[in-house]
Each structure stands twice: as C-alpha cells, then as structure tokens.
Write a protein that binds this ligand. Structure first.
Ligand code: NAD
Length: 471
C-alpha cells in the first residue's frame, strides 16, 4: 500500500549499502570462492555472495530435519514471516532493483506475491493431514528471485518438510535476505538451509542424493529435463519433480478487438520486466484487416516507454539480468536484422545491460528459437486457414504456458479457450500475472508438470500420499 514517496524513503538508506550472502546451514560452512554481485543497470558492486561448496551439501543433508511442529504452529511462523517481509519492504525493493534490475512497479508486485504465497500456504498447510515427505530440494530462477523462491519454500515448509534451497546464481543476495527473515520468524535452521551456488554443481548434488524425497524446480525446460534424468538415476522412483518451466507464448488479436486496449496489453505482455517473465508474449498474430493499425499504434507506444535505471521510480523498462543474457539476445536481434526482419526497435541507455524493446517478423511460431528471454516480440502472419490454423500451429510447439486472446465474439472466445493447450489463457487483458489463491499459475507439456502454483492442489504434492487400501 506504500506510495512512491514512501518507497523512495524506505529504499534510500540501501542505495549504496553493500549486501552479503552465504550458505546458511545447521552446521559449519566450508564455502567456495566469494564472488561480486553487480547492479545490471550501472555496473556498481552491490555486494558479495559466498557460494556453497560440495562439503556444504553433505552438511546440509545430514542436518536436515523435517519440521515437526504442529501444522498450526508452522502456519503461525509462516504468517509471521509474511509480516516481516512487508515490514522490510524498503530493503527488499532496494535489493530487487540493485541485484535483479527490477523496476519499482515490478518490485511491488513481486513482494505482494511472495507475501500472498506465505499466507496462502500457511492456510493450506494448517488444513493438511497427510505426512511430510522428508527433505525437499527447492531450485529457483533469477527472474522472480523473491516470489518464486519464497513460494516454493513456503509450500514445502507448510507441509512439514525440511528444505534445501538453491537460488539462482544471479540473485543470491535476495535469497540470503529472505532466508534470514524466515529464520527470524521462527523457521528452524534444520528445516530451512540455504545453498547458493552453481546449478550444474550444487544443483546436481542436491537432486542426486537418495536422501532427497522430492524436488521443486522453476526455470528453463532444458534444466528441468536434465533434473528429471538426474533424479531418475539416483532418487526413489516415487520422489516427485514439481516443475514450472519455459514457454513460447502467443496472442491473437482479431478484428473485433478494441485497438487501444489490445495495444496496451501487447505492450505490457511483451516488454514489462524487460520481457523476462515466463508468461511473456513472444509471438503475436493479428487478423489482416486490423494488422497495420495495431502495429502502427504499438510502435508509437513503444516510443513512449521509459527505459533506464530501475532505481528511478519513473522507469518502465529496466536492464536484462546480466551481460551474458544481453550478449545472447543482441546476437539474436542482429541475426534477424541481417535478414531484414527487425520491424521496430525502441530506445535504451547505452550503459548497463539494456536491450531495446524490439519487434521481429517471423513466418510462423515454428520458426522461432526456444524462448528468447528478453524484450523481443515476434509478429507472425495471419493464416489463410484462419484461427484454427493459428491454434494448431501454436499447439504443435509442445509448450503450454500462456495464451492471450483479444476478441469480442463470445463463441470464438469459448472455442479458443477449449482448443488451446496451455495452463493459463488470458482474454481481453494482458497475459502476464497470476493471483495466489484465485488465479493459480502453471503450464502443460514442455512448460511444466503442474499442479499450478498458488492453487488448491499444490501443497498436496509436498506430502506423502496415503498407501492404497488393502484389497
Ligand atoms: P535456469 O534453468 O537456467 O536455472 C534455474 C535454476 O536451476 C537456477 O537456480 C540454476 O542454478 C539451476 N540449475 C541449472 N542447472 C542445473 C542442474 N543441472 N541441476 C540442478 N539445478 C540446476 O533458468 P533461469 O535462467 O534461472 O530462469 C529463466 C527460465 O525460467 C525461463 O525459461 C523461464 O521461462 C523459466 N520460468 C518459468 C516460470 C514458470 O512459472 N513456469 C517462472 C519463472 C521462470
């Protein structure tokens, strides 16, 4: 509920502060090679992360103990954690801007979601009667370094598991701060240990030890498939993999859509968070008779986007996460430019890891590479076979995360919703975002295993199902 003035004041003391994070274990920490964290917008040093070393994985696995407290007591602790997150919003917004390049409106949404996850899973856990599974490994991405990191942990803890949390390499400081708040709220260290570190090393170790009873993962489809193979080789066959992964998300705008609304929603769906959302719109189909109008309006709106340092409260578009991401997205745009396929490019500062919002022409979604995780929108031609061809083309890609539709024909809306194979369909609105408890989020096919995060079935996957009755 804080207004901009309050946000600015609460963040101010953290503008130049250096943060630190390290493994948090119920035992001694060995640690690896400390590394610097730099602000993606400015290059300034934000702090230092001491990653976990292999002996730390053993220490954590040996000490990990499922959280034995009564469900109501666990729920009370998670609710207290939610209150602490809210009270610390200044530090959290500073960290989200300076470590992850989040604009302040993104940061507000992210804190809200993290807090909602804590309270929702607290309620769900209180109502749970099935036993915990044991030790859960939770592996999270950098693009929602607070919300997804917190949501996974909260669900596993609410069900009574011991959690080994491995945040993304890029966002160890935010993870360290969040774990500190969870411990302050009363989560025992034996029930929640933090192991920042490289996915290929620490992540693999945490998904290949037979003491691990389940894995909760959010990140790319490639990594999820790798984890599934690792688990199959080392873990009990009953150990669940709960995975939320990438997408190739499309939107259809037909000739009955309201142009202003459609353009506003295309803009938010493609470029908010610099396109670094799994739900983001990647491929747009506009019916021929309104195509030129919609694209012209879109290009005009792109010129009005304020790109810059996310610390500035007026910024719409911040940087992409790091120089490596910037280089690979740039290479992709340059290749499209060489083929004459770049239709429009916005403006961004020359310093920092910015990518200008870009629109690229493709013949079909099938010509797109797997996910370009940045502010790049593709536009594909409407098909001679009409909407059915478009839906077939999108479904054939095998992903199934989000789909957007702008249309005012009721029959068409119903047909699309029933034919498109995705977890979340958004009609006449932007196609990003979810609401914990009422609009749960999750994909199908290559986009995830389900159940949807923030939904009523989620927490049951973190518990041990009852054995089948005797015949
Ligand atoms: P990533 O797959 O590169 O990394 C995710 C996490 O996995 C990191 O913590 C990483 O260290 C770890 N990891 C990497 N290799 C591993 C291995 N071999 N074993 C165990 N862990 C390993 O993804 P990212 O770049 O951090 O995040 C962006 C991706 O996440 C995008 O594809 C995006 O679509 C997806 N995402 C999906 C959702 C969703 O809800 N469906 C939400 C956010 C992000």
């Amino acid at each position: 509920t804080a207004d901009l003035e309050e946000i600015a004041q609460a963040r101010a003391p953290h503008e130049t502060l250096l943060f630190n994070a390290r493994p948090v274990l119920a035992g001694p920490v060995a640690g690896g090679q400390r590394h610097e964290v730099r602000n993606p917008a400015t290059g300034e040093v934000v702090g230092y992360v001491l990653p976990a070393a292999m002996p730390d994985v053993q220490t954590a696995l040996t000490a990990a103990t499922p959280w034995e407290a009564a469900p109501a007591q666990r729920a009370a602790v998670l609710r207290r954690a939610a209150d602490l997150y809210e009270a610390e919003f200044g530090t959290i917004f500073a960290l989200l801007a300076r470590e992850a390049g989040k604009t302040q409106s993104d940061a507000v949404g992210e804190l809200r979601e993290a807090v909602d996850f804590l309270r929702y899973y607290a309620d769900q856990g209180e109502a749970q009667t099935a036993p915990a599974r044991g030790i859960f490994t939770c592996i999270s991405p950098w693009n929602f370094p607070l919300a997804i990191f917190t949501g996974q942990i909260a669900a596993a803890l609410a069900a009574g598991n011991a959690v080994l949390a491995k945040p993304a390499e890029q966002t160890g400081l935010i993870a360290g701060f969040a774990v500190d708040l969870l411990h302050k709220a009363g989560v025992p260290v034996t029930a929640l240990q933090l192991l920042p570190g490289e996915g290929a090393v620490i992540g693999t170790a945490l998904t290949s030890d037979p003491r691990v009873a389940g894995v909760c993962f959010t990140g790319s489809t490639t990594t999820a498939l790798r984890i599934r193979r690792t688990m199959a080789a080392h873990l009990e066959p009953t150990a669940p993999l709960i995975a939320e992964t990438g997408g190739l998300n499309a939107m259809v705008v037909d000739s009955t859509a309201l142009p202003e609304q459609a353009v506003r929603d295309i803009l938010a769906s493609s470029f908010q968070s610099a396109g670094q959302r799994c739900s983001a719109l990647r491929c747009l189909y506009v019916q021929d008779d309104v195509r030129d109008t919609i694209l012209e309006m879109l290009y005009g709106a792109m010129d009005d986007l304020e790109a810059g340092n996310p610390w500035d409260l007026a910024t719409d578009i911040g940087p992409v996460i790091d120089a490596k991401a910037q280089a690979s997205i740039r290479d992709y745009i340059e290749a499209a430019r060489a083929e004459g396929r770049v239709l429009k490019e916005g403006q961004v500062p020359s310093d920092g890891t910015f990518i200008a919002p870009t629109v690229i022409k493709v013949n079909s979604i099938a010509d797109m590479p797997n996910e370009i995780f940045g502010p790049v929108l593709h536009v594909a031609p409407w098909k001679s076979g009409g909407l059915s061809r478009v839906l077939d083309e999108v479904n054939a890609m095998g992903y199934g995360l989000t789909f957007g539709l702008h249309s005012r024909i009721d029959d068409r809306v119903e047909r699309v919703v029933s034919q498109i194979c995705v977890g979340n369909t958004y009609v006449n609105r932007n196609q990003i975002g979810a609401v914990v408890g009422s609009q749960p989020f999750g994909g199908e096919g290559l986009s995830g295993t389900g159940p949807k995060a923030g939904g009523p079935d989620y927490i049951a996957r973190f518990t041990r199902p009852a054995p089948p009755p005797l015949a």
